[in-house]
Design a protein around this ligand. Structure first.
Ligand SMILES: [Zn+2]
Length: 94
């Protein structure tokens, strides 16, 4: 089944980081009100290693209000925007 959901990032904040080893944790908010926690490794290049939905609102895909793994299917969409729209650059500059 092809999902029509497309996440649209509206803000990204850095939640934690270990600059020495290049590990970062970001909180991503999307246009539909979903919030996700994403972990990144920056070496040798920025790579999302994990993404999960924060349990503040029901999942926009499966509508569950508890843990699900739907967001993992959109890793590529999130990654494209995180790099292409300079969300990471902006978040780590703050
Ligand atoms: Zn879900």
């Amino acid at each position: 089944m092809k999902m029509s959901y497309r996440p649209k990032i509206t803000s990204v904040t850095k939640a934690s980081s270990n600059d020495k080893v290049g590990l970062y944790e970001f909180i991503i908010k999307t246009a539909d009100g979903t919030q996700c926690r994403a972990f990144y490794s920056r070496n040798p290049e920025w790579k999302m290693t994990n993404i999960s939905r924060l349990l503040k609102t029901p999942c926009p895909v499966c509508r569950k209000d508890f843990i699900c793994k739907c967001m993992e299917a959109y890793t590529a969409d999130f990654e494209d925007q995180m790099i292409g729209d300079q969300w990471i650059e902006k978040a780590i500059a703050e």
